[in-house]
Design a protein around this ligand. Structure first.
Ligand code: MN
Ligand code: MG
Length: 656
C-alpha cells in the first residue's frame, strides 16, 4: 500500500518535470531517461547454488539464481548497467580449488569470469578477500575478466617514487560511454564514472601477501580527490563501489565501513556497497540517521547492498534529466530483490543453467577434492552451542594450532614459554541464517568438513604476550555477551547479536569464567569503555592465577595477529611466528595425524571445558540457536530447550 502511494507521488513528480522537460524539448534540448543500475556483491565463489560443506544443492544462494533476477530486471528496463562489488574469488572450496589445488595457469580464465563474462558486467570492484591468495594470483585471475576492474585506494609500494604521486596498483576509475534510450526511443549519450575502493585493512588482514608490494589509503580521502576529477573529465553520473559497510556512528579515518560519509562527498550519485554481507535498504537500517529505507537513500544519495553469495540483486532506478544541459538525477529508488523468500521459505529465482553448463568441469573437480577423507571421528562435531560453552568444533582447531606452535617453538628462544591457542566459532547462525552452523556427523571426516570447521583461508601466526595482554584478549571476546542484571527479569538473553562470532576467541591452555553481570570492558572498536569492569574471572594457568607479567606464546591467525577485530594490544609487533601454512591445512594435518596415532584409528573430538559462563542465581540465561540443534540435547546436560520458534530457530537456556 505504502509503496504504491509513494510510486504515485513519484509519477506526479516525473510528470511535472516531464512537462518542464517538454518545454525545453521544444527548444530542442531537454530529455528524460530511466537508467537502472544492478549490483551483485560478496559472491565468494558461490557461482552455483551448491553447498560444498553439506555436499548438496541449495536454493538460498548462488549467482546462478541471481542471474535469473538480473535477466528479469533487464527485461523491465530500457537501460541498465551491471556491477559487482567484489569478494568474488574466495569463500568456498571451489575458490580454494582454483587458487591452491589446481592453481589457475597464465592465460587460463578463472571460472568466475567464465561465468561473468557471459553476463555483460559493465565494471567491478576488488574486495578484501581478493587478496587472500596473493597479488600474483589476483592479477592472473583478473586478466580473464572481459569487463574493467576498478580500485582507487591501493597503490604500488615503490620506495623510489615520490610518495605524493604513487602509481595505482589497479585502474582507479573508468568513464563508461553509454547510449540511453528515452521513452520516445531516442538515444542519448551519457558518460558514467565508476570508482572502486577496498578497505585499507587489507594491509593488516593480508600483511603477508601485500607488505612491501602495495599500500592502501583512506577511502574518503581517495574519493574526495578522484570524484571531482572524474566530473572534470566529463563524468555525468558517478557510481561509487566501495567494498565497505555502513556504520551508524561517526566513522574514523581508515574505517572499513566508510559508506555514510562517502554519500556526503559532492558528486557521488550512487553507492553500491557490500562487505558487511547485510541488506540495504531494509528494516535493519531504519534507525540509522539520514537513511530513507523507502527510497533507499543515505544522505539523499541512492545506495544499495545486496546481501551476500548472490542471495540478492541490488537495483537502483534513476530518472535522469538533461534539461540543464547536463545529466542530473531527478529521482531515484533503490531496492533489493531476493532469490529466496524467507517468510514462506521458498525459492523465487530458478538457477540459470548457463552456469552449470559453463563450469560443470570445475564443479566436478571441486566435489572430488572436498570428498577426500582426512580422518574418522567417533562423535559428531557441531557448532550449535559454541557461543555459550566450550565446544568440540572450536577445541579441535585450537588443539591443532597448539600442537603446531609447540613443535615450531622447539629449539628457539621461545621454547620456555607455555603455548596457548585462540580460536573462534565461525558458523553460528543468527544473521547468517539458522542453518549456518557446522554439523559434521560421526564417521569419516572429509576435506569438505574441515573447510566447514575453518571457513577462512587464514594463515597460522603466534604472538608473545604478557599475562595481562592475554586477559584483555579474553575481555574483548567477552563482548559476545549481554550484561545480565542479577536483580532483573527472571529470563534474560545472554548473547549480544551484534557481536561477530569470529571475534569470539576462546583461549585454550588457560582456564577462566565469564561474569556476565559485569558490563563489557571494551566496545567493538576495542575502546576501553568500562575501565572498572572485569568479566574474566579466575583466569588460571595450571591451576595458578595468571600473573600480569607472565609470558605466553599464543597461537592464532593472521587476521587477529595483525589487528583484525581491534583487539586491545594485539598487533604485528607481538608476532613471533609467521607461518605461511593455513590454519585449515594445519587442522587437516592434525586430524590425519590423530587418526593415525590413535589406537582405534579414530579421532575423539571433545572439548576440555576450560571456560564457562558463571551462572547467575535467580536468572535463566537464554539464547537462540538452530531448531535442528535439539537432536544433540542428550549430549548437552547444561542446555535445555525452552521453545521451538518454528522459523528454524529455537530458544534454549543454560542450566547451572
Ligand atoms: Mn565478503
Ligand atoms: Mg577448550
Amino acid at each position: 500500500m505504502r509503496l504504491r502511494s509513494v510510486t504515485t507521488l513519484g509519477a506526479i513528480r516525473i510528470l511535472v518535470l516531464g512537462c518542464f522537460a517538454l518545454l525545453l524539448c521544444s527548444a530542442g534540448q531537454g530529455a528524460e531517461v530511466r537508467l537502472r543500475i544492478l549490483e551483485t556483491t560478496d559472491v565468494h565463489m558461490n557461482l552455483l547454488s551448491y553447498d560444498y560443506y553439506q555436499d548438496k544443492t541449495t536454493d538460498q544462494y548462488g549467482l546462478s539464481r541471481a542471474m535469473s533476477l538480473i535477466k528479469a530486471a533487464r527485461a523491465e528496463a530500457p537501460n541498465s548497467l551491471l556491477f559487482d562489488n567484489g569478494d568474488l574469488l574466495q569463500g568456498n572450496p571451489m575458490g580454494d580449488y582454483v587458487a591452491k589445488v589446481q592453481p589457475l595457469k597464465d592465460g587460463e580464465i578463472h571460472p568466475a569470469f567464465r561465468v561473468m563474462n557471459q553476463m555483460g558486467y559493465d565494471a567491478a570492484n576488488i574486495g578484501n578477500h581478493e587478496f587472500n591468495y596473493g597479488l600474483d594470483f589476483l592479477r592472473r585471475a583478473l586478466k580473464g575478466a572481459n569487463f574493467p576492474y576498478v580500485n582507487a585506494n591501493i597503490y604500488l609500494a615503490d620506495e623510489h617514487r615520490n610518495s605524493d604521486t604513487p602509481r595505482h596498483a589497479f585502474t582507479p576509475y573508468v568513464l563508461l560511454d553509454r547510449q540511453l534510450v528515452d521513452a520516445q526511443g531516442k538515444a542519448h549519450a551519457i558518460k558514467v564514472g565508476v570508482i572502486g575502493f577496498a578497505p585499507p585493512q587489507i594491509m593488516l588482514w593480508d600483511k603477508g601477501n601485500l607488505e612491501g608490494k602495495v599500500i592502501a589509503r583512506d577511502v574518503l580521502e581517495t574519493a574526495k580527490k578522484y570524484v571531482p576529477l572524474m566530473r572534470a573529465q566529463g563524468a555525468q553520473l558517478v557510481i561509487a563501489i566501495p567494498h565497505a559497510g555502513f556504520e551508524k556512528g561517526p566513522v574514523a579515518q581508515f574505517s572499513e565501513n566508510a559508506v555514510g560519509p562517502l554519500t556526503e562527498i559532492p558528486g557521488v550519485d550512487a553507492v553500491l556497497f557490500g562487505h558487511a554481507h547485510a541488506e540495504f535498504p531494509s528494516k535493519a537500517f531504519a534507525d540509522h540517521p539520514k537513511v530513507n529505507i523507502e527510497r533507499g537513500t543515505i544522505n539523499g544519495v541512492a545506495a544499495v547492498m545486496p546481501g551476500r553469495w548472490g542471495d540478492h540483486l541490488g537495483v537502483i532506478d534513476f530518472t535522469l534529466d538533461n534539461a540543464s544541459g547536463n545529466w542530473k538525477v531527478v529521482d531515484s529508488r533503490a531496492s533489493i530483490r531476493p532469490i529466496f523468500d524467507r517468510a514462506s521459505r521458498t525459492s523465487v529465482a530458478a538457477a540459470d543453467p548457463m552456469v552449470e553448463q559453463t563450469i560443470g568441469d570445475v564443479h566436478a573437480a571441486t566435489l572430488e577434492y572436498v570428498r577426500n577423507k582426512v580422518a574418522f571421528s567417533s562423535a559428531p562435531i557441531y557448532s550449535y552451542f559454541a557461543l555459550v560453552g566450550d565446544d568440540p568444533s572450536v577445541q579441535v582447531v585450537s588443539n591443532a594450532q597448539m600442537a603446531y606452535v609447540q613443535r615450531a617453538m622447539q629449539g628457539t628462544d621461545y621454547e620456555k614459554y607455555p603455548v596457548l591457542s585462540a580460536a573462534a566459532p565461525f558458523k553460528t547462525g543468527g544473521r547468517q541464517g539458522w542453518d549456518y552452523y557446522t554439523d559434521i556427523p560421526a564417521g569419516p571426516v572429509a576435506i569438505k568438513n574441515v573447510a566447514d570447521l575453518y571457513v577462512y583461508p587464514n594463515t597460522l601466526k603466534a604472538m608473545l604476550l604478557t599475562g595481562a595482554e592475554v586477559r584483555e584478549w579474553i575481555e574483548m571476546s567477552a563482548g559476545q555477551f549481554n550484561q545480565i542484571d542479577p536483580k532483573g527479569a527472571a529470563q534474560q538473553s545472554v548473547l549480544n547479536d551484534t557481536f561477530r562470532s569470529y571475534n569470539f576467541d576462546t583461549l585454550d591452555g588457560v582456564t577462566y569464567e565469564f561474569d556476565v553481570t559485569q558490563p563489557a570492558r571494551y566496545d567493538s572498536n576495542g575502546k576501553l569503555v568500562a575501565p572498572d569492569a572485569h568479566r574474566v574471572k579466575n583466569l588460571s594457568y595450571q591451576s595458578s592465577p595468571v600473573l600480569p607479567d607472565a609470558r605466553f606464546i599464543v597461537a592464532t591467525n593472521n587476521y587477529r595477529a595483525f589487528g583484525g577485530g581491534n583487539f586491545p594490544g594485539l598487533n604485528a609487533s607481538k608476532v613471533v611466528l609467521e607461518s605461511p601454512d593455513e590454519n585449515r591445512q594445519v587442522l587437516i594435518d592434525y586430524l590425519r595425524m590423530m587418526d593415525m596415532v590413535s589406537s582405534n584409528k579414530q579421532v575423539n573430538p571433545s572439548a576440555d571445558g576450560n571456560w564457562r559462563i558463571t551462572p547467575v542465581p535467580g536468572v535463566r540465561l537464554t539464547f537462540l540457536s538452530a531448531s535442528t540443534a535439539q537432536r544433540y540435547l542428550a549430549n548437552q546436560p547444561k542446555i535445555r530447550l525452552i521453545k521451538d520458534n518454528g522459523d528454524g530457530s529455537a530458544l534454549y537456556e543454560l542450566v547451572p
